[in-house]
Design a protein around this ligand. Structure first.
Ligand code: HEC
Ligand code: HEC
Length: 369
């Protein structure tokens, strides 16, 4: 499933670029060459694909399934009631976690018929966007705008009623202004916004290009935020209260799926969309030996992020005529559940993980053309 890498290092590519492309080094450092950037629209599509995949898995595999099999509902007062957070609350927690990283990219859920008035459109553009995606749910509604002298790219994607639970809960909620939602309807929108700052570049046709590393940071931040929210507010909390456990055999056990399975299922959903984005987990101490580094790039990447977990290890590689961006991001023990499960798992080769340790890495790749 994961594409093999040819052993070309960043350095070789960098030297090749310097030889082939006739501009001075200083400029190459300031603005990455065009081949190493992707259009803002593609960047937003990648970010949205992760938000959507995680939202679908949470709604289908956790909320809908556990509601039926073990009578564990999702409720607004989930903390007090020892239940599951609503899908909207899961997204809100994740966007707050992601916003706290201050990387410039933000996202939120909204609707023309909000249960919570805070989730209504805040600008004319948002209102228009929500109307447009109802008419044309195939494409996001996009827009470039300036505020306080800063330029932003904003895209609004349709949010579909992927499970019966979406429809039943909204149609019956006392504060819902609309009561005739049907399965697969567009119930609202997910807006994604990021800055078009000096790192981005305007093309002749008026599109903006965003450096691959910046896009990867946006994607990774969403992945990490959802991973933290799931491990902490769902797995850890409900395990400590003895309500439900995470299990490799979640299907048979009517349990929560493992955080690793959550991430891999999301990756699978995105792979099916054929948009080019791919990611997986690896570790030098894998519970499942399939999750060892698969090649030289992944081995060096793991070593590097274990030593220096502040930045990802990246590379650009040409495969079959297409240039790919690859990154290895450190994967942290963001919740006590990560540590306790790995330290106690019979197949774990390492048993002294501590909170916030690097436990492995997320490997991400996407095409640059
Ligand atoms: C058990 C009830 C419940 C379920 C299930 C549920 N929602 Fe909601 N949803 C809510 C509530 C309550 C809010 C308001 C949360 C808040 O206070 O921000 C909300 C918020 C939203 C919003 C933002 C606008 C608004 O109404 O405030 C959208 C869009 C939305 N939900 C869509 C969905 C979709 C799509 C699904 C299925 C994937 C879903 N909901 C599942 C109860 C539910
Ligand atoms: C309830 C148990 C459990 C919890 C909680 C858990 N893991 Fe795992 N984790 C596993 C198992 C089992 C695998 C192997 C899955 C497979 O077969 O691919 C795994 C796989 C992984 C891998 C890939 C390497 C390997 O060990 O196979 C990483 C990295 C990882 N987990 C990190 C984490 C982090 C970080 C968290 C918290 C956010 C976490 N895990 C939470 C059980 C758990």
């Amino acid at each position: 499933m994961f594409k093999p890498l040819s052993p070309i290092s960043t350095l070789t590519i960098f030297i090749l670029v310097l030889v082939i492309v006739p501009f001075p080094v200083s400029r190459a450092e300031e603005t990455p060459p065009q081949t190493f950037s992707i259009p803002a629209k593609t960047a937003a599509d990648y970010i949205h694909s992760v938000i959507e995949a995680n939202r679908t898995i949470y709604s289908e595999v956790i909320v809908e399934r556990l509601g039926v099999t073990i009578d564990l509902p999702a409720t607004e007062n989930w903390e007090k009631e020892n239940t599951l957070p609503l899908p909207a609350q899961f997204l809100l927690l994740s966007s707050q976690t992601s916003n706290a990283k201050k990387i410039g990219m933000t996202y939120r859920l909204m609707s023309l018929w909000p249960i919570n008035p805070k989730n209504g459109p805040k600008t004319r553009f948002e209102e228009k966007g929500l109307q447009e995606i109802l008419k044309n749910p195939e494409a996001p509604y996009t827009h470039i705008f300036s505020t306080n002298g800063k330029k932003f790219y904003k895209a609004i994607y349709p949010d579909h009623a992927v499970t019966k639970a979406c429809v039943t809960c909204h149609n019956n909620h006392p504060k819902s202004p609309k009561r005739d939602f049907k399965l697969n309807d567009v119930m609202g929108g997910i807006s994604i916004m990021f800055p078009l700052d000096k790192r981005s570049k305007k093309t002749e046709s008026g599109d903006y290009l965003i450096p691959a590393e910046v896009v990867a940071d946006y994607i990774h931040t969403v992945l990490e935020a959802d991973r933290k929210v799931y491990a902490e507010y769902v797995v850890n909390r409900l395990q400590q209260k003895n309500i439900v456990y995470a299990s490799e055999y979640w299907w048979e056990d009517n349990a929560l799926l493992l955080p690793a399975q959550f991430l891999l299922n999301a990756s699978e959903l995105i792979l099916n969309k054929q948009i080019g984005l791919d990611f997986k987990l690896i570790s030098p101490w894998p519970i499942n030996s399939h999750n060892s580094a698969a090649n030289e790039f992944e081995r060096i990447g793991l070593e590097t992020v274990l030593r220096q977990p502040t930045r990802p290890y990246i590379d650009y590689v040409k495969i079959g005529g297409t240039m790919y961006f690859h990154a290895v991001y450190p994967d942290f023990a963001v919740s006590y559940s990560c540590v306790s499960c790995h330290n106690n798992h019979p197949n774990s080769p390492k048993r002294d993980f501590k909170l916030n340790d690097v436990m492995g890495a997320v490997v991400m790749s996407f095409p640059l053309e």
